[in-house]
Design a protein around this ligand. Structure first.
Ligand code: NAD
Ligand code: AHE
Ligand code: ZN
Length: 370
């Protein structure tokens, strides 16, 4: 079939909105009509050429929601008409990783997913000239129809609005999950969150949900302060306005250091600050941000010797098929908020403008509705 997609033909070039061919689902695969997709910083990271795994041409996009249109042979858990959220971290429930409660990183299809192809080693997308186009993070939600493996789809309730729950496909789950699943923030904890974008605001919302005491937001853009407060931030720090040492300033605000700190910027210098503002003896720092190819983190080992813990999280430690439907319920029950974070909506033809807004620091989440 012919579908509409925003194709990344080359690193560093704008996406090209065009028609492409999509083959139907093969064994274990599902054809999904994507209704809405969110623009996450990670898509931009790959488009710009910062991702060591990035390969082109590809159809980016990994945050979305839609409806099952057709299922391939052997698909048992989904049927035509089901509402689904694509999962860039699948959940096969049988691999060594899925069977280990310490991780959510299902590895069943990780190698083919990283190569931009379906588990059988081929792509379902081609240009109208017949040249292959790669999938991205197993999702390719910047197309109005896409094919995914069955294990990379969470079935969700049918009364939830696509244009909001698409954000649960990455940003909401990553931010809230980093707090609940990875850090396991306890009531009364003091937390510091670096980067108040689409992920960081959800970390803040997660900290509030977990009953944190102080929730300190750190961002170089003052315009993020209001939204941070809206979601539970108790103190705001703009590093550009801090005289002297930022770490010392944050240790002071938190009364000795953060019980938990979170990097949601992808900047390795910020990651170091986040680790070093964690409380001596027990503070934990969680890396969420994705850093460009070649970037490395550094600190004095003494920071760890004296009890600080450095860890990271992918997709907020969530097991998608199990946890994502529950997060949709939280949203529908009013336990978490999503709507105010979706600051811009647009059609696919304006997707490059959506990324411009992200660059300019003007959007939290831009959502494309097909
Ligand atoms: P975003 O662009 O919406 O937000 C980033 C925020 O960081 C902005 O508000 C920006 O002003 C702020 N910032 C930039 N430099 C800073 C600095 N030096 N100090 C303080 N604040 C600074 O991006 P996003 O969509 O929220 O994504 C954040 C990061 O998380 C990205 O690196 C993204 O790739 C990554 N990410 C990781 C996962 C995961 O599973 N680990 C999931 C989603 C996104
Ligand atoms: N491909 C990059 C790393 C990108 C990365 O870390 N991706 C996160 C999700 S970001 C979502 O917005 C992730 O889930 N990683 C786990 C995995 O297996 O990819 C690189 O540096 O190579
Ligand atoms: Zn993402």
């Amino acid at each position: 079939m012919r579908v509409r997609a925003a194709v990344a033909f080359e690193a560093g070039k704008p996406l090209e909105v065009t028609e492409v061919n999509l083959e139907g689902p093969k064994a274990g695969e599902v054809l999904v009509e994507i209704k809405s997709t969110g623009l996450c910083h990670t898509d931009e990271f790959t488009r710009s050429g910062d991702d060591p795994e990035g390969a082109f041409p590809a159809i980016l996009g990994h945050e979305g929601a839609g409806v099952v249109v057709d299922v391939g042979p052997g698909v048992m858990s989904l049927k035509k008409g089901d509402h689904v959220i694509p999962l860039y971290t699948p959940e096969c429930r049988t691999c060594d990783y899925c069977l280990n409660p310490k991780t959510n990183l299902c590895q069943a299809i990780r190698s083919t997913q990283g190569q931009g192809v379906m588990p059988d080693g081929t792509s379902r997308f081609t240009t109208l000239d017949g040249d292959p186009i790669l999938h991205y993070m197993g999702c390719s939600t910047f197309a109005n129809y896409t094919v995914l493996p069955e294990i990379a789809l969470a079935k969700v309730r049918e009364d939830a609005p696509f244009e909001k729950i698409c954000y649960i496909g990455c940003g909401v789950t990553t931010g809230i999950g980093a707090v609940i699943n990875t850090a396991k923030v306890e009531i009364g904890s003091n937390c510091v969150v670096f980067g108040l974008g689409g992920i960081g605001l959800n970390v803040i919302q997660g900290c509030r949900l977990a009953g944190a005491n102080k929730i300190v937001g750190v961002d170089i853009n003052d315009s993020k302060k209001e939204m941070g407060e809206r979601f539970g931030m108790t103190h705001f720090v703009n590093p550009k306005e801090v005289e002297g040492d930022l770490v010392a300033h944050l240790v002071d605000i938190t009364g000795g250091g953060a019980d938990y700190s979170f990097d949601a910027t992808g900047n390795v210098g910020v990651m170091r600050t986040a680790l070093e503002c964690a409380h001596k003896g027990w503070g934990e720092s969680i890396i969420i941000g994705v850093a460009p190819a070649g970037a490395e983190i550094a600190t004095r080992p003494f920071q760890l010797v004296t009890g600080r813990v450095w860890k990271g999280t992918a997709f907020g430690g969530a097991r998608g098929r199990t946890d994502v439907p529950k997060i949709v319920d939280w949203y529908m029950d009013g336990k978490i908020e999503i709507d105010p974070m979706i600051t811009h909506t647009m059609g696919l033809e304006d997707i490059n403008h959506g990324f411009d807004l992200m660059h300019e620091g003007k959007s939290i989440r831009a959502v494309v509705n097909y």
